[in-house]
Write a protein that binds this ligand. Structure first.
Ligand SMILES: [Zn+2]
Length: 348
């Protein structure tokens, strides 16, 4: 994955890449061999849990600092979706998130000429930080969807591991859409996803946002929900708000009014984010590893809580499916695609 990322950013300097890592935009440790986990490391502990807790769903903390109890899994196969990269065991989420993905898949197939969704990472069985790939996706309210339509056949488990990502960006141009892969159906899919009231933000590459700004001729009311973010050129990231009544879930302010096709977008496409630090400037400090004790207190209780029976987990979801070759065991793996900002990248 990282080689893909590096290739995507071929035209940028290594320094810019380092800046992104420092800013938490991509997980820096994805670049290095995984070292032995630090005792108490949240990503090591949450990443090793294979099953969710029993009980009602609860999102605890913030998208990028929290955990999840009572998760359900997106079934590996539905009429209009297939879950990808099953070995990662990251197709768990709040029932509201799983339900939204199923609904989007149906609505897009019916109305938008998008035959079905390939669904990427949602969250780990109990949420929490991941070994690699994402800073958010911790409370079951974030999900990645491929910008590749579902093929008209059931992919094997092996194909779901190896199917390459397709970037929407032209290879040799700075943040420019490749019009040979981008289609009006991509645009309709994004606006369909943005149309649901519970969807607060959708992260897309700045070039995709620009394309939408330049070409979307329909209702632009929800265009502001499409937020520019580096990476996100072969998938988009859906974030839903804390469901009503979820105590302990830390929400985010809704996006500002307007379509977001203004100078805030121009910043992402300009040279400033890629500027070299001034000579002698201190490099950004490497963020300290997140420990379980850094998360909300209730997350330790989530780790200690009993699991659902594993037989039930295999068919978990809002719609149970018969186990297929792709269902099988739910081992934990690691590798993912970049997301989330802070640092010198504005909070989205
Ligand atoms: Zn994501």
């Amino acid at each position: 994955m990282i080689s893909l990322l590096v290739r995507t950013f071929d035209t940028f300097s290594k320094l810019a890449l380092a800046t992104m890592i420092g800013a938490g935009l991509i997980a820096g440790d994805a670049l290095a061999q995984q070292a032995a986990p630090t005792p108490g490391s949240a990503k090591a502990i949450f990443g090793a849990v294979t099953l969710p807790t029993q009980g009602p769903p609860q999102s605890i903390g913030f998208y990028a600092k929290g955990c999840l109890s009572g998760a359900v899994a997106l079934p590996t196969d539905g009429p209009t979706w297939q879950a990808m990269r099953l070995s990662r065991n990251r197709r768990w989420g709040r029932p509201e998130m799983i339900g939204l993905l199923e609904r989007l898949s149906r609505d897009a197939a019916k109305n938008d000429g998008w035959p079905g969704l390939l669904v990427g990472d949602i969250a780990q069985p109990r949420g929490g930080p991941m070994f690699n790939g994402h800073a958010s996706h911790q409370i079951g309210l974030d999900a990645d969807v491929w910008l590749t339509p579902m093929p008209p056949r059931t992919l094997t488990a092996a194909e779901r591991e190896s199917l390459p990502f397709t970037s929407m960006l032209a290879k040799d141009k700075f943040l420019t859409i490749n019009d040979r892969v981008w289609t009006p159906a991509h645009a309709r899919l994004l606006m369909r996803a943005a149309s649901y009231p519970e969807v607060e933000r959708i992260f897309v590459n700045p070039a995709i946002k620009k394309k939408m700004c330049d070409t979307w001729t329909g209702d632009r009311t929800n265009l502001g929900k499409l937020r520019p973010e580096y990476g996100h050129d072969s998938h988009f990231h859906i974030r839903i708000r804390c469901p009503a009544g979820s105590v302990g879930c830390t929400g985010q302010a809704p996006v500002a009014a307007g379509d977001g096709c203004d100078k805030s977008l121009a910043w992402w496409l300009g040279p400033e984010p890629w500027a070299k630090p001034k000579p002698g400037a201190k490099p950004p400090a490497k963020p300290r590893e997140v420990m379980v004790s850094d998360l909300p207190k209730a997350c330790q209780a989530v780790l200690d809580a009993p699991s659902v029976p594993s037989a039930r987990a295999a068919t978990f979801g809002t719609k149970a499916v018969a186990p297929t070759a792709a269902t099988g065991a739910l081992p934990v793996s690691s590798s993912g695609s970049g997301s989330t900002p802070p640092g010198n990248i504005p909070q989205q």
